[in-house]
Each structure stands twice: as C-alpha cells, then as structure tokens.
Write a protein that binds this ligand. Structure first.
Ligand code: MG
Length: 380
C-alpha cells in the first residue's frame, strides 16, 4: 500500500505554496498546474536543443547513441513509474525529469568542466542546476507579459534541489527556496531515476561503440552479471547481444524496484504522513538500499575506469575543452562580437557570466560551427 504522500493532496489540505507562480496564471480546464509546467518545458527552446547535445557519445560513430534528449525521456519514464508506485504526484515528477538536464552545456560533462574552469578564472562557477533555473526564469521568452516560463514553485524548487543541497549562506539569491528543508519526494527521486537511466544506457551505448565488451562487463559489474545469468537461464541458446539487452532491462527493473521499496520503507520508518514530514527530515528519504547502492557505486567506478576515461573519449573531451575555452576567451576579449541580446545583458550580469550563458545554450553542432568561424576570423 503506497503512503499517502501525494503532494497535491497535501497542497490541497494545507494551502502549500508549491503551485504558485511568480506571475499569476488563470487555471486551464482539465490540466493541472504541473501538467502545464511539463508542456511549458517541452515547448521551450532549451528543451529542443537537448537533441543536439552529447550525453556520453557524440553521434559521429553511430546513429544509435543517446542524446541528452533521449536520456531525458528515459529518466522521465523511470521517474513517472517510481512516482506512480509511491503514490506521489506523477506530473510533478515527470516535469522535473524533463527539465533536469536543461542547463547542461554542449559536449556533456567535458563541456561543463571546461565552462566551470573558464568561470573560475573570473571568480565565478558554472552549476548546471542553477543554470537550468536561469533558463527557466530568464532566457526563455515565450510570453508577452513576462520573461521566463513562469513555472510553479514546486518545479523551480525541484530544479535546484533534485540532485544536491545548497548552502543558504553561499546562495542568498536562493533564499525563497527553503534551503534548510528537504525537497518533496518527487524531486528527491529524480537524481536516482537519472542514475538508473544512465547506468543502463552507458553500458548499452558503451557496447554499441565497441569500447566495452559484454564479457568484460559480466566479469566486473556484479548487478549486470547476476541479471545476465538470470536471463540466460530463461533463454538458453540465445545470442549474447540479445541476452545483454534483456539483462540491461532486468538490471533497470531491479534498481527501480529497489528505489521504490527503500524509499517507501524510509518514509514509513519516520512515520511520514505529510509533505512537511518529508521536508523537515534531516536527510533525504529517496534512496537505494545499501546492497543496491554498493552495486550502483561498483558500476559507476567501472564506467569511469573503462569508459569515461578511455583514450577514445579522452580525445573527444580534450577537443571539447579546447573549443569551449577558445570561444570563451574570444568573447571575453571581443564582447562586441556577441549577439546583441547578450551584449545587452553584460551591464547587469557581467561579461564572464554572459559569455558562459551564451556558450552553455549551444548544441554540439552550433558550438563547432562558431569555433570554425572564430578560427577563420582570427587567422585573417
Ligand atoms: Mg541526467
């Protein structure tokens, strides 16, 4: 039996502020506030650009790799499933999953590291959660009456807090987001749904790329090895690549079931009955069990050691860093070369932040195009 933790029910009974928007929006028939947020996110430009951003592999060697958009859709499926089974608000969970990577720059984590390095030289940092909030509150311009997507407080809070806690002293600008409290469970499950999605997908794409070998994975990743053995018993004589696909699905189901059961047990153990109980608890309740957490960490280390840091991807990461840093320096030196909309922001935001904002929004293809143009201009 799921706990009665449904955010909407709690909001309805307590007048919680999660549904409020900065600019009041009249209700629409047959669509909840979080359904409308989901639509606003899917219709945003930043969401569409996720199709052109690297998850782990660029699309140059295969059409089958995940992009950040298809990764996002996989996270949304898992989050919605987990939310439904826990009796949470599925629409809020889905909206948060769909927006969770919207602040990522081009070239995956290599692009993020490069942009952060550039900003640190100016005393600033790049944080993709905070950047996602800037996109949703500031950069998206779809409405006549205001800037931004005017999302509910529940979604905006979840954008910031879904994967980490922020120190109120270091981030006074986030004071309205209750930094001393845990986020609702719909936000807490997003980071774990993200983990489940990429732990499955990166093994899959790793084998597709030829950089990982099914036998090697079975020898080193216990949760995949156990899943493979189980599906092999069910389907003797089937080719390894099909057994591997089945094993990936079983592994995803095992982790998803574990997240549901562990989170439910944690909520029950503190006697949680309302959203306030979740918020006031000193730590997050959405967790994997110790066994699944150990397996998750084991696989994560394996992916790091054998895939993310392999020579083939290191070459791509080095190239990504070179491109990001060269463009950042170019626009710092020649801010007049930025598009006019960004030049207009320099007075209020500062040049380094504006250059980072411009670069962070780019797709892989667009930033490479800009890099080629700048290199040509510099040579002249
Ligand atoms: Mg993600």
């Amino acid at each position: 039996m799921p706990l009665d933790l449904r955010t909407c029910a709690v909001i309805a009974s307590t007048g919680d502020a999660l549904l409020t928007r900065v600019y009041p929006a009249p209700p629409r028939p047959a669509r909840t506030a979080f359904q409308r947020d989901r639509e606003r996110i899917v219709q945003s430009r930043a969401f569409r650009r996720l199709a052109g951003k690297t998850q782990v592999f660029t699309s140059r060697s295969s059409d089958h790799f995940r992009s950040r958009l298809t990764h996002t859709m996989e996270v949304a499926q898992i989050a919605r499933n987990v939310a439904a089974r826990l009796g949470l608000n599925e629409d809020l969970a889905e909206a948060l999953a769909l927006v969770h990577d919207i602040g990522h720059p081009p070239f995956g984590h290599a692009g993020e590291r490069a942009l952060d390095d550039c900003l640190q030289r100016h005393g600033l940092r790049f944080d993709h959660n905070l950047h996602a909030l800037r996109i949703c509150e500031h950069f998206e311009q779809r409405y006549a009456a205001h800037r931004g997507l005017n999302l509910t407080l529940g979604v905006r809070e979840g954008i910031i807090k879904h994967s980490r806690d922020y120190n109120a002293g270091l981030h006074p600008e986030l004071a309205s987001y209750l930094l001393d409290q845990r986020p609702p469970l719909e936000a807490q499950i997003i980071d774990l749904a993200d983990e489940i999605a990429y732990l499955t997908a990166d093994l899959d794409d790793g084998v597709e790329s030829g950089l990982l070998d099914i036998g090697h994975i079975r020898d080193h990743v216990s949760i995949l090895a156990d899943s493979y053995t189980a599906v092999h018993l069910q389907h003797p004589g089937v080719e390894p690549k099909y057994l591997f696909n089945e094993a990936l699905q079983l592994m995803q189901n095992i982790l998803t079931d574990d997240l549901v059961h562990t989170t439910l047990a944690n909520a029950r153990s503190i006697g949680a009955k309302t959203l306030n109980d979740i918020r006031r608890h000193p730590s997050r309740l959405a967790l994997f069990s110790p066994k699944a957490e150990g397996e998750r960490l084991g696989e994560k280390h394996y992916l790091h050691d054998t895939l993310y840091s392999c020579p083939e991807l290191t070459i791509e990461h080095d190239k990504a860093e070179e491109v990001v840093k060269a463009l950042f320096d170019f626009w710092i030196d020649l801010p007049g070369e930025l598009p006019q909309g960004y030049i207009d922001e320099i007075a209020s935001e500062g040049l380094a932040r504006v250059v980072a904002d411009y670069i962070a929004g780019m797709t892989d293809a667009f930033i490479l195009q800009q890099y080629a143009l700048v290199k040509r201009a510099v040579r002249r």
